[in-house]
Design a protein. Structure first.
Length: 216
């Protein structure tokens, strides 16, 4: 899968719109939001907004890069770094925590109503469950397929889904108990996933040019 490379993590307004939209009335919001002028849009030959880079965070630290997840209520950014997950203050860029022992971590899923987070650990084919407040790991769950990659929390069923690259399937986990709820064969290698927050989950099957739709 494509990786995020380098020592800088760039935030653009397009990617962070959902995080910052509710705070545009804050005194410092004007510093973060950089809307394009009418002249800029005219030069581009399009009425569409011209989004600009709002800032950069110098992250540092060890490990490669993969998925990142924003926790909008707590204004924290979770970044996977191969063997650990860095937790960053989304406003200042300051490192506020670290979740260790996530070997081959790909993604992070958050369940705020359960006060839990989950990481997909590709090398060990496990999911680390951690406390959202303390960031301390609380348990591990073995997935039913090898190399869990993308991961998400589906709020209607309160299940966590991992999409297992080498297993070519998905594992459904009860987010409250940590019990395995089932395995879904996908017939190909899953990559990225998304939920409509109404009980359906979508995942692209990259070696078959398909999108699988799951009734969660």
């Amino acid at each position: 899968m494509p990786s995020i490379r380098g020592t800088f993590l760039a935030f653009c307004l397009l990617g962070a719109a959902s995080l910052f939209a509710e705070d545009l009335s804050r005194p410092d919001a004007e510093k973060r939001a950089v809307p394009a002028s009418a002249e800029d849009r005219s030069k581009a030959g399009s009425p569409a907004p011209d989004y600009k880079l709002a800032g950069r965070f110098s992250v540092g630290g060890g490990g490669g890069w993969d998925y990142l997840t924003v926790d909008a209520p707590s204004r924290r950014l979770f970044v996977s770094r191969s063997t650990h997950v860095m937790v960053i203050d989304a406003d200042s860029g300051r490192i506020v925590g670290d979740i260790p022992g996530t070997e081959g971590v790909h993604g992070i899923a958050l369940a705020p109503e359960l006060k839990r987070g989950f990481t997909s650990n590709g090398r060990t084919s496990t999911v680390t469950v951690f406390d959202l407040a303390t960031l301390q790991p609380t348990s591990r769950v073995k997935t039913t397929g090898e190399n869990p990659d993308a991961i998400l929390f589906e709020p209607v069923t309160r299940r966590v889904f991992t999409f297992n690259g080498r297993g070519k399937n998905a594992t459904a986990i009860d987010a409250a108990s940590g019990d395995i709820a089932g395995t879904i064969p996908l017939g190909g290698k899953p990559e990225f996933c998304a939920s409509d927050a109404s009980g359906r989950v979508f995942v692209n099957i990259e070696d078959r040019s398909e999108v699988a739709v799951i009734d969660a």
